[in-house]
Write a protein that binds this ligand. Structure first.
Ligand SMILES: NC(=O)NCCC(=O)O
Length: 379
């Protein structure tokens, strides 16, 4: 029986491996020891805590580049009818408690879910009070709160919010603010692709991002943020990766009936295709809104969005992944990555080397022209 370098059999089902199965890639991560007091605090705070790790091969010229990421998924603690300021403050308190536990677990980079300071009210198509949740990315109350957390715990914080851009006519954006572990703001990035599907009426509220595909150099590696619906767009992942991202976070808000069958595949595929780690984060719970709305599908008006199914996970460039967090509980997923695995997988598969980007750049430049005629050859 062939064995992996760590002595374990290659395959669980006990037959000789096929030739293409020889590359020693585990389907799953290993479990990571986390301090007992972290589990106690999570239990007391009523949220799930999981720890996992990915291995990379030892190298002669580089030391392992270990980094711990924390993914947070949570319900909105107060009903959507509660005053805006109370909802925001309840969410700040909830996140603060989870970040304390992340700090006990040695997390270096933490990412919260999409639009984490508010209920996901874009299904309603109403403006007030939902637009009142929008804040300045530079000096809003949430950014200042995250700066304090980042400095206190020496942790990079990724804070996806609804942004109000005062300097540009009060335009709203779906933005992730990236705060360095020093507490300084590293910059911001905006959601590039806006859903026009089901109850995700997000184009009513904010514009398509205009900041391209920035990558943030942190003390713990190069990171990027592909917000929610952007995960359906392979070119979006690709551009972050081309710009050097080693870890791409995907803070999301999505519901079971729409996307649960896609969820385990998309971020995982992106990790493989781009030789990087991907971190898929989804909120949990059901959110009810004061007024009825319709979904434009002929069905009855209703007041809820459906079920946000959580299941946050991390995928590695070798195709392995962690288990997902719960489908319905708040949770913190702590994962240790060795960033050396990105280049190791790049050297094995060479997707960047074989990508033929120049050919696609040329063909796409032609295909987007109004007078383009696709080369369909006929008899
Ligand atoms: N928030 C958001 O973009 N959701 C769209 C639905 C999905 O991408 O699954």
């Amino acid at each position: 029986m062939a064995r992996r370098p760590d002595g374990k059999p290659f395959l669980a089902w006990g037959r000789e491996p096929r030739p293409w199965e020889f590359y020693p890639v585990p389907a799953c991560s290993r479990s990571l020891d986390l301090p007992r007091r972290a589990f106690e605090a999570a239990c007391q705070g009523d949220f799930e805590l999981q720890g996992h790790g990915f291995e990379a091969a030892e190298e002669q010229m580089r030391r392992p580049q270990l980094v711990r990421v924390g993914l947070v998924q949570n319900k909105t603690p107060l009903p959507a009818e509660a005053p805006v300021v109370e909802q925001v403050s309840a969410l700040h308190r909830r996140i603060e408690a989870i970040v304390e536990v992340a700090a006990m677990c040695g997390v270096n980079i933490i990412c919260f879910q999409e639009a984490w300071t508010m209920p996901f009210a874009f299904c309603t198509r109403e403006k007030l009070p939902w637009t009142e949740f929008a804040e300045s990315a530079e000096d809003g109350i949430t950014t200042r709160f995250c700066q304090k957390l980042a400095k206190k715990h020496s942790m990079v914080v990724i804070s996806p919010i609804l942004e109000r851009d005062r300097d540009h006519g009060d335009v709203l954006w779906n933005t992730a603010v990236v705060i360095s572990n020093s507490g300084a703001i590293l910059g911001k990035t905006r959601k590039n692709h806006i859903p026009r599907v089901g109850d995700f009426n997000e184009s009513t509220y904010y514009m398509e991002g205009n900041l391209g595909h920035p990558v943030f150099q942190t003390q713990f590696g190069r990171i990027a943020v592909n917000i929610c619906y952007g995960r359906h767009h392979p070119l979006n992942w690709l551009m972050y990766s081309i710009n050097g991202a080693e870890i791409i976070f995907n803070p999301s808000a999505t519901i079971g009936t729409l996307s649960e069958s896609l969820w385990p595949i998309e971020a995982r595929n992106a990790a493989i295709a781009n030789h990087c780690f991907t971190c898929a984060i989804n909120r949990v719970g059901e959110e009810h809104f004061p007024n009825e709305f319709t979904s434009g599908d002929g069905k009855k008006a209703h007041q809820d969005f459906g079920y946000f199914y959580g299941s946050s996970y991390v995928a590695a460039p070798d195709g392995s992944r962690t288990p997902g967090l719960s489908r319905n509980r708040d949770g913190l997923l702590v994962t240790e990555l060795d960033l050396n695995l990105c280049r190791q997988m790049n050297d094995v598969w060479n997707f960047k080397m074989t990508g033929r980007y120049e050919m696609y750049a040329r063909e796409l430049a032609e295909a987007v022209k109004p007078n383009y005629s696709p080369p369909i050859l006929k008899e």
